[in-house]
Design a protein around this ligand. Structure first.
Ligand code: IPM
Ligand code: MN
Length: 368
């Protein structure tokens, strides 16, 4: 029996509550699918920073490297100036562990209300691959003449070919995998299928304005595409992408994009799938330690009330074990969540689910 080692970073606000439910579900899945795990908890976050003045210990990355994966609750504290914890913990871990993929499924579960009129679960089921360590997040830039009328601020979108290529390769591989299970032939037209295409990958960029960075992305995209003749390639500018995500989400299967565009479009995606209570993501280093998290924040006003929706954290835990190869268990978790959203919860919103946070965790366990 495989015994995994998970680093758990519950974080701030409601982070610990949702993490507890995710671990509860993981334990039940382990009993059923024959794996176990041990955890070590790291209390990094706003509370810890306010108490000790330390954002993240220097050996944090080295510590995390000893685990199979990490599960993060939420980072963010109302008494800490915006930017400190985000940059000092979340972004730092993503960078230092070279988690160069941010994988964000956009999936409407049954029974979940979407703001998109007339769209059903089969219409909203795609994955955004957000490049996770480059671009504007590199932080390259600066000021000149700060504080004067002539002040200039620069922040550059920086990409190396290597960064672009590994994100694009990951996306083609993912398109392959998705075709074989969750979403056969998604977004393809009959003529594409007749032409032998089995999956679709959309590059989301801005080739009409960012003529250097997306020239590189586009060239690499089509170079790699030549190795995947059965994946249909598609391109959309980022502004148009937001349009189609609202109007025709069924057109998408896998979308690959740069870091900041991915940050923005995945919040839109999360809203279309019913909000932050149900949106999960993974910061992935395919050759290292990956970190999975609910996309939503720490929701401080609900702290300790047992009303927050834990399903995003539960799904993040499911993505974590899927990443580690426990595909059956991951599928069972997702199916159970779908059963619970479809048959039990009144709403995805905090305090309106009709159940407490722990009861929702119990429901997922009971229906595994
Ligand atoms: C996210 C968040 C982070 C990001 C912030 C908190 C730094 O918005 O995970 O999408 O911009 O990547
Ligand atoms: Mn974001």
């Amino acid at each position: 029996m495989k015994n995994y080692k998970f680093a758990v970073i519950p974080g701030d606000g409601t982070g610990p509550e949702v993490t507890a439910e995710a671990l509860k579900v993981l334990a039940a899945a382990g009993r059923k699918f024959n794996f176990s795990y041990v955890t070590e908890t790291f209390n990094w976050g706003g509370e810890n920073y306010l108490a000790t003045g330390e954002v993240l210990p220097e050996d944090a990355t080295d510590k995390l490297k000893k685990f199979d994966a990490a599960l993060l609750g939420a980072i963010g504290h109302p008494k800490v100036k915006p930017g400190i914890l985000e940059k000092g913990i979340l972004l730092k871990l993503r960078f230092d562990l070279d988690q160069y993929i941010n994988l964000r499924p956009v999936k409407l579960f049954p029974g979940v209300e979407t703001p998109l009129a007339n769209k059903k679960p089969e219409d909203i089921d795609y994955v955004v691959v957000r490049e996770n360590v480059g671009g504007l997040y590199t932080g390259i830039g600066g000021f000149t003449m700060k504080g004067t009328d002539n002040e200039t601020a620069v922040q550059s979108m920086v990409y190396t070919r290597k960064q672009v290529e590994r994100a694009i390769r990951f996306s083609f591989e993912l398109a392959n995998k998705r075709h074989s299970k969750a979403a056969p032939w998604r977004g393809l037209k009959p003529e594409d299928i007749a032409a032998g295409k089995t999956a679709q990958l959309t590059l989301c960029g801005k080739t009409n304005v960012l003529t250097y960075v997306f020239d590189l992305w586009e060239r690499v995209f089509y170079e790699v595409a030549a190795e995947y003749p059965h994946v249909k390639t598609d391109y959309a500018h980022v502004d148009a992408t937001t349009m189609w995500m609202v109007k025709n989400p069924e057109w998408f299967d896998v979308i690959v994009t740069e870091n900041m565009f991915g940050d923005i479009i995945t919040d839109l995606g999360a809203m279309t799938q019913g909000g932050m209570g149900i949106a999960a993501g993974g910061n992935i280093n395919p050759n290292g330690v990956s970190m999975f998290e609910p996309i939503g924040g720490s929701a401080p006003k609900y702290t300790g009330m047992g009303v927050i929706n834990p399903l995003a954290a539960v799904l993040a835990a499911g993505m974590m074990i899927e990443h580690l190869g426990e595909c059956e268990a991951a599928t069972a978790i997702e199916k159970s969540v779908a059963y619970v959203t479809g048959n039990k919860l009144k709403s995805m919103a905090a305090g309106k689910m009709g159940y407490s946070t722990a009861e929702v965790g119990d429901l997922v366990v009971a229906n595994l």
